[in-house]
Design a protein around this ligand. Structure first.
Ligand SMILES: [Zn+2]
Length: 184
């Protein structure tokens, strides 16, 4: 009964266990070398979207899975432009990022029925940004009682399998619900 809203109770325990440990280990990058920025690399290689777990790409933005998630379904929404701050981002990109957050929330709700979400942007390293040179919005699904993260128990291959499966599920849902709905 208490788990009736969960997408798969046995899996949720595992997914929650992915935990905080890896959350900030995004790929390192140099502000003067967009070549080493994974968002920019993903943007330039649309043929690799499945491998890179790029869920959506629009005219101005990417929505990608975080490979080091707080929870499964932790998505990163980034503008195509390599800028580190909202202050340097054009208004169309800003608007698109928020519209995509709305659409991603819709898709995740359909897929894994979170009880809530966190949306956040870390500006600069001191605020916890793992890739401060390329601003991005975190969308993190949350479940009641999930704040007690268990130690990480999975290994990389298993985490990858879970992400791949959720990627397939969200891709199917996106087609069915015609997401993203962003018109640019
Ligand atoms: Zn970049």
């Amino acid at each position: 009964m208490k788990n009736k809203n969960l997408w798969a109770p046995w899996r949720m325990e595992y997914l929650k266990a992915l935990g905080l440990k890896h959350a900030q280990k995004e790929q390192p990058s140099d502000p003067d070398k967009p070549d080493e920025c994974f968002f920019c690399n993903y943007w330039r290689t649309p043929d690799q979207d499945q491998t890179n777990l790029v869920l959506w790409r629009t005219r101005r933005s990417l929505v990608v899975f975080n490979r080091f998630p707080y929870t499964a379904g932790h998505l990163l929404l980034a503008p195509a432009r390599h800028v580190g701050d909202l202050l340097n981002l054009d208004e169309k990109s800003l608007l698109e990022m928020m519209l995509l957050a709305r659409d991603a929330q819709k898709a995740l709700t359909e897929a894994i029925k979170p009880h809530g979400f966190n949306l956040g942007i870390n500006i600069n390293r001191c605020a916890g940004a793992g890739l401060p040179e390329h601003v991005h919005l975190h969308l993190v699904p949350r479940w009641t009682g999930d704040n007690n993260f268990m130690p990480v128990i999975g290994h990389v291959r298993l985490i990858s399998q879970v992400l791949d499966e959720l990627y397939r599920q969200l891709t199917e849902i996106s087609q069915r619900l015609r997401l993203p709905s962003v018109k640019t």
